[in-house]
Design a protein around this ligand. Structure first.
Ligand SMILES: Cc1cc2nc3c(=O)[nH]c(=O)nc-3n(C[C@H](O)[C@H](O)[C@H](O)COP(=O)(O)OP(=O)(O)OC[C@H]3O[C@@H](n4cnc5c(N)ncnc54)[C@H](O)[C@@H]3O)c2cc1C
Length: 335
């Protein structure tokens, strides 16, 4: 469709963010015949479902595993299991001591790394990667999305799936005034930061089966061996996550000094092992600490502007999926 005012081609929906939420929403819309474009500033799809290659190996450095809490999500997971895309990794973790803390609930991971789930969900979808959205504007009933160095796109609806503070920046830059209640609810959503280190080491490391520990009262509360997980057969790479409090404490230090703090902390686990490469990922918005009560927020007074993501469906992969599915269905009803 062409917009008379600007001669711009108008598609049905632009989705900002090709994390798992945006991808699931796009899938719902595309399957119903809608024209959808996803835009993501990352080099590939996935957002916080992130897997990085280091040397000959690979490491998950965002989400580590996922659980199933609703039958709705369970249907997808059954399908992914049958396709061989995901596998059950564990039924809980120990803290490294002899006292077990396994609770019996399955934790799933993705063959080849968590990012493969996003790649799978994105198959056949139209995605612009490496493109940062600068602003989202509304004019005469149309939505315009301004991209850095790439002009603009127009659509009948826009779905914003970045972490909420980043989505709010986009509408603010485009001069979209939100209803006071929506604005207050969105501004109340806060995220925990998470410093994540990855160490490529020169020999196998011993972590209790199946290769990860979760330590409740430690600064580095998660340590996983990507080789034992099965995603890095050629190299041993540890993924380590600091707690929100410890991440905040270290955040302003240099990468080198943060990596050193990790190294000192996990020294007893590393033992004589030599670290061949150490990399840091700073997740400013790792997980929402509070969640909006609905799976998507339809901006009042703005027609087809929606917000979605894990801050709407629950602070985990499953929540992001459920939010994306809900937003896709809402948009289908409205278009
Ligand atoms: C360190 C860490 C560990 C985690 N561990 C787990 C776990 O073990 N289990 C679990 O279930 N969950 C875990 N999570 C949470 C899980 O990863 C998220 O809940 C889920 O991936 C969120 O998906 P999303 O699509 O809502 O958001 P995202 O994946 O963040 O997607 C949003 C996308 O928007 C893009 N974007 C942002 N701004 C712009 C812009 N201006 N222009 C263009 N694109 C933009 C981003 O690049 C990103 O790809 C973890 C997260 C982190 C960071």
């Amino acid at each position: 469709m062409t917009d008379d005012m600007t001669q711009t081609y108008v598609i049905d929906v632009i989705i900002v963010g090709a994390g798992i939420c945006g991808l699931m929403a796009a899938r719902v819309l595309k399957d119903a015949g809608k024209e959808v474009i996803l835009i993501d500033k990352g080099r590939s799809v996935g957002g916080r479902l992130a897997t990085r290659r280091i040397g000959e190996g690979a490491a998950d450095h965002g989400a580590q595993f996922f659980t199933v809490r609703t039958p709705e999500f369970g249907v997808y997971v059954e399908r992914w299991l049958a396709e061989g895309l995901v596998f059950e990794w564990s039924r809980g973790w120990t803290d490294g001591s002899l006292i077990g803390t396994r609770d019996g609930h399955p934790r799933y991971a993705v063959r080849g790394g968590m990012n493969q789930l996003a790649k799978h969900a994105g198959e056949g979808l139209q995605v612009f990667t490496d493109v940062r959205v600068k602003a989202v504007r509304s004019q005469l009933g149309r939505w315009y999305v301004d991209m850095e160095g790439k002009g603009q796109l127009a659509a009948s609806a826009v779905l914003l799936t970045p972490p909420v503070p980043q989505s709010l920046d986009l509408v603010e830059s485009g001069g979209v005034g939100l209803h006071a209640e929506d604005e207050a609810a969105l501004k109340a959503i806060q995220y925990e930061m998470c410093l994540t280190a990855m160490f490529l080491v020169d020999r196998p490391i011993f972590l209790p089966s199946p290769g990860a520990i979760q330590r409740e009262n430690a600064n580095i509360h998660w340590i996983a061996d990507n080789r034992a997980k099965g995603i890095s057969p050629e190299a041993t790479i540890l993924t380590m996550q600091a707690t929100g409090t410890y991440s905040r404490q270290l955040w302003d230090q240099t990468d080198e000094s943060i990596l050193n703090a990790f190294r000192v902390d996990v020294m007893p686990i590393l033992g004589e092992t030599r670290v061949l490469d150490a990399q840091l990922k700073r997740w400013r918005y790792s997980r929402p600490v509070s969640v909006y009560p609905e799976r998507t927020l339809i901006a009042r007074g703005h027609g087809n502007l929606l917000f979605a993501g894990d801050a709407f469906g629950g602070p985990r992969l499953e929540g992001a999926v459920l939010s994306g599915l809900a937003a896709g269905k809402v948009l289908l009803d409205r278009l």
